[in-house]
Design a protein around this ligand. Structure first.
Ligand SMILES: [Mg+2]
Length: 174
């Protein structure tokens, strides 16, 4: 079994541990799914993801959980070219890529409008604590990643999500 399939398998096992899963998982791009700022790269390059990312997004896809991108990169054209080269662009139901001083508040409002998914049904991964701060205040379960999205961060995110939804007094009707 290839390394990537192993990661996907493990990600599926992790997903199987939780009764309550997010409806939408949102990823930052730079230093979250890939180890560079895409504004510093050329469109002609072939980008590489962090090692666990492909397996994790494949597992989410298998499980029928939607995914989206929220990036403040000033070079959306490079970001989109790279997503295309990596053949993962179609994995995401929304691609919000624009610079903004609102630390992604606006990105999440747009994602919510596009998908209809409430903020408390979303799980978000990002490498910048100011984004994590503002987005978690909107009600999104948000995880700060240190070294890109790994299986460890994935499990941490799902654990935090299930605890948050479990303790909410308003949204526990199932
Ligand atoms: Mg980033």
């Amino acid at each position: 079994m290839g390394e990537e399939n192993k990661v996907e398998d493990e990600a599926l096992q992790i997903l199987g541990l939780f009764e309550t899963l997010p409806r939408l998982v949102v990823f930052d791009l730079d230093y979250t799914i890939w180890p560079f700022y895409c504004e510093c790269r050329s469109k002609r390059e072939m980008p590489k993801l962090y090692p666990h990312v492909n397996g994790i997004i494949s597992a989410l896809k298998d499980k029928g959980i939607d995914m989206a991108i929220a990036s403040r990169s000033p070079t959306a054209d490079i970001a989109k070219t790279f997503l295309g080269k990596l053949e993962i662009q179609s994995m995401f139901v929304a691609h919000e890529i624009f610079s903004s001083w609102t630390h992604k508040t606006e990105h999440f409002q747009r994602i919510h409008r596009r998908t209809g998914v409430p903020f408390n049904s979303m799980l978000f991964f990002d490498d910048e604590d100011r984004n994590i701060d503002t987005v978690s205040k909107m009600g999104v379960t948000s995880i700060l990643v240190g070294n890109g999205v790994t299986l460890g961060a994935f499990r941490e995110g799902l654990t935090k999500f299930s605890q948050t939804s479990g303790s909410s007094s308003t949204s526990k009707s199932k």
